[in-house]
Design a binder for this molecule. Structure first.
Ligand code: CA
Length: 147
């Protein structure tokens, strides 16, 4: 399984890549938004870890363009900002998950494993569920199964 890390803080990207390789994933690092979009567009990655603040295009622009192209790789946003609007913007534009910096590497790996072990979520990437609640991120409609 191939993972692309688009992150301009090299030390962080390097630590993430080393950990992913330990867990037998192939990991590549890209430190620039424009190049990141180009690489990600190739569609050869199972998962993309996408930073928000990047030189060149930012993470949200990359996310939007990839989803507009119909690119189905799983995407986890790495955001330094914990603002609710940022999280919603990412999920609204098709991110599968997000994690707020600074994060514990074990938490990131847990989120990576979840994405890598749910192939069916390609069709349902607009649906987030929690208990009986389901959020359609394409229109932010919240529904409850018990209602
Ligand atoms: Ca950054």
């Amino acid at each position: 399984m191939r993972i692309l890390i688009i992150e301009d803080e090299f030390n962080l990207a390097d630590v993430i890549a080393a950990r992913l390789r330990q867990e037998h994933y192939e990991a590549e690092i890209c430190q620039d938004g424009d190049e990141g979009l180009y690489l990600a567009s190739a569609g050869i990655y199972d998962l993309i870890l996408l930073d928000v603040m990047l030189p060149g295009k930012d993470g949200f622009e990359i996310l939007r363009e990839l989803r507009q192209q119909g690119m189905r790789s799983k995407i986890i946003m790495l955001t330094a900002r914990s603002m609710l609007e940022d999280k919603l913007e990412g999920l609204e534009h098709g991110a599968n998950d997000y994690i707020t910096k600074p994060f514990h590497m074990d938490e990131l790996m847990a989120r990576v494993h979840i994405q890598m072990s749910s192939p069916e979520s390609c069709q349902e990437q607009n649906q987030l569920t929690y208990g009986d609640l389901s959020l359609d991120t394409s229109n932010l409609k919240l529904t409850s199964r018990t209602a």
